[in-house]
Design a protein around this ligand. Sequence first.
Ligand code: IVH
Length: 726
Amino acid sequence: MTSKTRRPAKTKPAIALTVAAGPAERGPVAGMSADEAATELECLAREIARHDQLYYQSDAPEISDAEYDSLRRRNDAVEAQFPDLIRTDSPSKRVGAEAAAGFGKVRHRVPMLSLGNAFADDDVVDFAARVHRFLGLGEADPVAFVAEPKIDGLSISIRFENGLLVEAATRGDGSEGERVTDNVRMIREIPHKLSGKNVPNVVEVRGEIYMSHADFKALNEAQAAAGGKIFANPRNAAAGSLRQLDPTITAARPLRFFAYAWGEMSELVSDTQHGMIEAMRHWGLPVNPLTRRCRTTDELLAFYNDMGEKRAKLGYDIDGVVYKVDRLDLRDRLGFVSRSPRWAIAHKFPAEQATTVLRAIEIQVGRTGSLTPVAKLEPVTVGGVVVSNATLHNEDEIARKDIRVGDTVVIQRAGDVIPQVVSVVLGKRPQDTQPFHMPAVCPVCGSHAVRDADAAEGERGVVRRCTGGLICPAQAKERLKHFVSRLAFDIEGLGEEKIEFFFDEGLLRTPSDIFTLQDRDATSNAPLNSRKGFGAKSVDKLFAAIDARRKIGLERFLYALGIRYVGEQTAKDLAKAYGSLAEFRKAVDAAIESGKSSEAYADIDNIEGIGEAVVDALIDFFSEPHNVAAVDALLAEITVEPYERLTAVASSVTGKTVVFTGSLVRLSRNEAKAQAERLGAKVANSVSKKTDYVVAGAEAGSKLVKAQELGVTVLTEDEWITLIGT
Ligand code: IVH
């Protein structure tokens, strides 16, 4: 980095800065002792890193270019005099921080999935029973599990080719993460080269990066002394330290790693989880020493209790334990449900609770106009995080728990879940409290707010909704926030705050505005880089991030539209069924044209996972000319790419359409569906001429009759299992 790329400081600091001492005040280099030089190099490294951070990441420099340059020259001069004292995190070694416009993206060759959760012992019993049932085993047939501590850090995938570390990526949305290779190379516990003879050509190690309690404490102390960011907990500290554009900052942070899984492997060196982990240990990777093999549910639960007792003394955070089926061939048969493997589960420790005072109840207006009461709390630390907001869900919940402003309340927080108000400590209720009443008008636009009456939420829904629709600015903002969110367009640098700002400034109203922002900015008389809080660098970065999203997958696009009931899974189901946006639009337009009892309506309804509520919501959305115009304007700016079908395992049922009906014994309906899809079959809801097989369980009704009428092949559950060969 040279000063030529830096602009003059935008703001002058109001207070004297500890870092602003010029070379003259620091004394001549020539007469320095080695101790003094070491101390000064340490200070300079810290100071320069802080200014880089302020300049490049916060876009809020505190010193001028000249002052900055003099710090760097001073550092160079001291290093020239004491070359042995050059630090690993020396500013003179740092290259390219200014060039990195965020991290590059990496598509995971094998998706990084999450785990289903168990909270109670019964959930674990159910998990084990499900595994047995799915595999067609009796309760008494043993299935070995591996039980591991669940490390509370961030997951990472590290790729080794011919034994050498070539790439590392964060989990991201599971399909695509951020390339953090240089940073991961800075973690001492992670070898750059795997040792041993039996290392396959391609090894993708997956595991958790975390920070120990002792290191976390020391880091925060150092940060406090240097006026840097204080981290709320070790997980945030680990994540913040890994996601540094400048790897030398990561190098100075004490990160650790445990390997517990793998992605792509050119060869599996074992046929069990414990064998694979053992191999990783031989290759020089850190693995958790507390991992155990268990044969019964009782052993799993004993492990959980044991970890619960050891938890406080481990020296790092764990938030539960993970159970995994040990044999890899059994895992292949078990497969996945949605984003989680059926062969593993996380058994979480109970949520942490605290009591605090409820200061106020605020109403938030969501994307679909829902009014959500939010508790504003006296800040309190729960499980290492300071909590000042918690959800109150809806007005019925508030009435049921009789929660009033001024009450002392019990709140709880579990993992990433939004903190909740659990109950009121009635003994501490002040005298003059009043029951809470939900407003009957939207607090943002003043339109009537009425309670839903819709099929999905029962007779009278619990949600009160603003009827302002398109005129309600709160809804419009929330729709835009949803549009740019992680599972939708995921535009880096365009977070919730920026959306608020652009909306309030009148620069963004609908999604297409995001993609025309740069052109409009070029001719604006108040361009972004002239505004407070923006610099040329950050504006360029933002435009680059927007441009990077001009191509988007169909499933993300459909999710981003924010159509009611079209969440992540439904968007994926629709994308999978139609493949391209053109086919999808054709199907919806046909349904709009021919109405509810038409074949076109039934065709959408017939997609597995899609029900009437979704079809109606699609019809409502695309019947509204304003929405169609907004989508078309967007399509003038972007390209929607066809759905990428995961290559299913070729099988006897690949390409066939199957309908499951009646109650199945060996599999649940979801399990049967997932398994069929993995084998390349299409699963439909209802029977038609296009159906190849109807798998009929006990008490099959009208679908079986229809199959017989149409002459469709009907199979029993056992015949189906024989056909697919599991
Ligand atoms: S296995 C396909 N094992 O928990 C399953 N995950 O809630 C891959 N985690 O994203 C994960 N310790 O970040 C596994 N021993 C362990 C773990 C573990 C922590 C995290 C991981 C994962 C999350 C799922």
